[in-house]
Write a protein that binds this ligand. Structure first.
Ligand code: FMN
Length: 191
């Protein structure tokens, strides 16, 4: 049976072995109620048949888009391998327990940064941000840093996954997997 997740695992392992940095970096595209697409990089933190997970603030621009239109597109580009992977589908929020566990695994300064950042809101000066960061340092001195309630994980549940490989003379190869019932249909696309 066609299994895009096994293929993703193989490609991701090869990217980890060959990309000079951040093979887990992916672009995530969203569009809110105004239909204006917006795209930015995030890091892939978990993946499998249940979906592809990243973490962010729900009050960020992307979080607000996803509240209005709970669908996203992801893009990996592994330059040294001449490959891209495109993933599209609806999103789910990961459970609080899963988000807590991942937050607890982050470095302490990243945890404090999540408290200090009012992500995507206007900032009057870098000093203000640094002051907020120092305040958080003091607030949580000698304490565990809890996960801010609005700092959450989104899982993109794929309906389409395309694996693209560059070939000579732009005769690129495109393998498209489309969800069909409980399985996947595999086909090819012209480049
Ligand atoms: C390589 C890379 C990885 C990033 N990873 C994350 C991430 O995992 N989560 C996140 O919220 N922002 C991440 N960022 C910052 C985002 O690109 C973006 O600036 C931020 O999330 C605000 O986006 P928004 O205003 O569109 O919501 C990353 C940036 C880069 C360049």
């Amino acid at each position: 049976m066609a299994d895009p997740f096994a293929l993703f695992d193989t490609w991701f392992a090869e990217a980890r072995a060959s990309e000079p940095n951040e093979p887990d970096a992916m672009a995530v595209a969203t569009a809110g109620a105004d239909a204006q697409p917006s795209v930015r990089m995030v890091l892939l933190k978990a993946h499998g048949p249940e979906g592809f997970t990243f973490y962010t603030h729900e009050q960020s621009a992307k979080g607000r888009d996803l509240a209005q239109n709970p669908r996203a597109a992801l893009l990996f580009h592994w330059k040294s391998l001449c490959r891209q992977v495109r993933i599209e589908g609806p999103i789910e929020r990961v459970s609080d327990a899963e988000a807590d566990a991942y937050f607890a695994s982050r470095g302490r300064d990243s945890q404090l940064g999540a408290w200090a950042s009012d992500q995507s809101q206007p900032l009057d000066s870098r000093d203000t941000f640094e002051r907020r960061f120092d305040e958080m340092k003091q607030r949580y001195e000698d304490k565990d840093v809890p996960r801010p309630s609005g700092w959450i994980g989104y899982r993109v549940v794929p309906e389409r996954i395309e694996f693209w490989t560059a070939r000579e003379h732009r005769l690129h190869e495109r393998r498209l997997f489309t969800r069909e019932g409980s399985g996947w249909r595999e086909g090819l696309l012209y480049p």
